[in-house]
Write a protein of this length. Sequence first.
Length: 233
Amino acid sequence: MISTKLKEYLDNAGVTYTGHRHRPAYTTQEVAHTMHVPGREMVKSVILKADNQQLIMAVLSANDVANLDILREQLGCGVLRLASEMEFGDAFPTCRPGAMPPFGNIFNVPTYCDTTLSRNREIEFNAGTHEESIRIRFDDYRRLVNPNMSHFAQPYGKGLQRLAVVEGKTGIRVDITGQERALLLELIETAEQTAIESMAHADSRSFKNVLRKRLELLTSAKEKILNVGARAA
């Protein structure tokens, strides 16, 4: 069922939108593939956490990943990282984890939207579930959400960034506690499991290749974090 909070907001605004049901999908790329929607039109909501504990929603296409260094500079914070589901789950009532619509404003979460999405006449996004999506005119979306518009997206090929830290005169220094290291590993293992499950349902060779590349990047990231832990021991 579509998020009741989202449905009420859209209905009260009087905008035209279309709801679509699809088989369960847990990544926006998988939804785009299932719905035969171009990746540039399929929108995802990435939840970030700044060093002041503020949650941030970054909205961009399924084809891209967020450059956290650019967003960190715009926010003026020292550290910006991906938030875990445990950290943001309660912030999005009526939504399934990982299926948040790009309407941070109705959940009191500051929203940053990548400017490349404005090239689309319409966009599609998760409706708060893993089985439904909504299609709406981008101009209506921008008017309803009034997000901060900037260009921070980059192609998947440049890699998934999970942490951005302010750079000082002597370079970047990140002190990771054992608890933080464990959380990062948990995030990566969850992402690995999601990619594996998506591969099991993928019926396109190109989509499987994308997921396979993602698994390789996740494995590399895990090895680096384990090495950090080994050096600190």
